[in-house]
Design a protein. Structure first.
Ligand code: C5P
Length: 223
């Protein structure tokens, strides 16, 4: 496995944060840099896959040969993912999708008011859970960034979102997760198996993730 082992497969990767606009000058977002997802997209392309990268706002250049679709909000990401998922053998959902968005986007800049103000938020669609409910489900890989009870929460997400694999990161560690070039992870699988990945570069971790996917895909045939 590795050189060319994803030839003939289409892999969708989502990456980066989403931005949820409050008014024309403000938004809610998070610390995701997009580096892990871009590493997965680059590695999948190097291994021969056709790669569709649905990316939230990042400062990163699109990896060579990757088809990038740039989006802003969770709902933009949902639309792009659902439009392109047919024909994908694999979806790797690295993106740190904002869980909530402002209930209303104000058309004009909100003016300073009293000492306290309240912003009403509503829940965003869970794109990965929606993919998990598809009749023709691609091989689905989710990410779980946690600061406690890593394995328990990740196992619950794997089951609840109907995933094939989940990559769990402890983001309370300084050398893993957001905005660094290294990561350590725990892989959990639908069949109950698990694998620990020690600290390594995000490029190498991307290849370890793809090793697991490639080994579990029916050869050359989209599911
Ligand atoms: O539930 P939680 O947000 O921790 O799950 C993380 C996983 O779910 C990631 O793979 C992320 O891309 C995906 N997700 C999503 N849509 C959301 C929230 C999370 O696709 N609204």
């Amino acid at each position: 496995l590795r050189p060319g082992d994803l030839e003939g497969q289409t892999v969708m990767v989502t990456a980066g944060p989403t931005r949820e606009e409050i008014d024309p000058v403000r938004f809610i977002s998070n610390h995701s840099s997009g580096r892990m997802g871009y590493a997965v997209a680059r590695a999948a392309r190097q291994r021969g896959a056709r790669v569709i990268l649905v990316s939230g706002p990042t400062g990163l250049a699109a990896p060579a040969g990757v088809e990038r679709i740039c989006v802003e909000s969770a709902r933009d990401m949902q639309a792009a993912v659902m439009e392109h998922v047919a024909g994908c053998a694999v979806v790797v959902k690295t993106a740190a999708v904002a869980d909530y968005r402002p209930a209303e986007r104000q058309g004009g800049k909100i003016k300073k008011q009293a000492a306290e103000m309240t912003l009403a938020l509503v829940k965003n669609p869970d794109i990965l859970a929606e993919l998990g409910r598809l009749k023709k489900r691609p091989f689905l890989v989710g990410f779980a960034a946690e600061t406690s009870r890593l394995e328990e929460y990740a196992a619950r997400k794997l089951a609840e979102k109907n995933l094939d694999m989940i990559v769990a990161n402890d983001v309370s560690l300084g050398d893993a997760g957001f905005n660094v070039d290294t990561n350590r992870a725990l892989f959990l699988f639908r069949d109950g198996s698990r694998q620990e990945c020690p600290l390594m570069s995000k490029d190498e971790l991307a290849n370890r993730i793809l090793d697991q996917i490639a080994a579990r895909l029916p050869a050359q045939r989209p599911r």
